[in-house]
Write a protein that binds this ligand. Sequence first.
Ligand code: DX5
Ligand code: ZN
Length: 237
Amino acid sequence: MTALQPAQPRVGRIAPSILSADFARLGEEVRAVEAAGADLIHFDVMDNHYVPNLTIGPLVCEAIRPHVKIPIDVHLMVKPVDRIIPDFAKAGANIITFHPEASEHVDRSLAMIREAGCKAGLVFNPATPLSHLDHVMDKLDIILLMSVNPGFGGQKFIASTLPKLREVRRRIDAWRSQGGQEIWLEVDGGVKVDNIADVAAAGADTFVAGSAVFGARDPDGGYRSVFGRFREALARA
Ligand code: DX5
Ligand code: ZN
């Protein structure tokens, strides 16, 4: 498995969601976003049960793994979660996150992810309370806040995510000041060039962007200009 840290320190990590990629050319698409400066590949797994859509599983993760060096960030929108965790670890996932409502035993699921050699995280829907963090801070490498209701790309950013992000940033900083481990703060849904600065200012350090990246292919066939615009906006934040 590749190292979790991106090659160079950045203002923020950008994680293109391949949900909006051309699935008929997935290898080429992930190579193109890596070449354009992506820090992670965000991999949305939906089961038509926990969320009303059906996407991709470990076989596709394994298929894209040799095409990129950057970490693969697997976002599980499936219920239950435990059965599928080892399969994604074997398929080359580096980060695995899941929704607490989808696991009967959140502590066990988090431990399973780390035991499988991956970074572990919890995902919060817009209406999911942050109390799920209370007893598991030591088991988290990443916290992911949904800024849309999960299931589809191309939805509008829900504004109440910003105060929630500030609250999670406060909790992470307090945890770190007590000697706790590093925890990334990722946001997912409706992130665009024109709102990424506000999302960064609220405390996020890792930004999922699906339609904003894959909907902005350059005339030369790459994605460099959209990453340039994201980096400029982040530099201003
Ligand atoms: C939604 C997914 C997101 C989505 C983001 O359930 O988890 O990762 O693909 O897409 P955009 O950036 O288009 O909102
Ligand atoms: Zn996602």
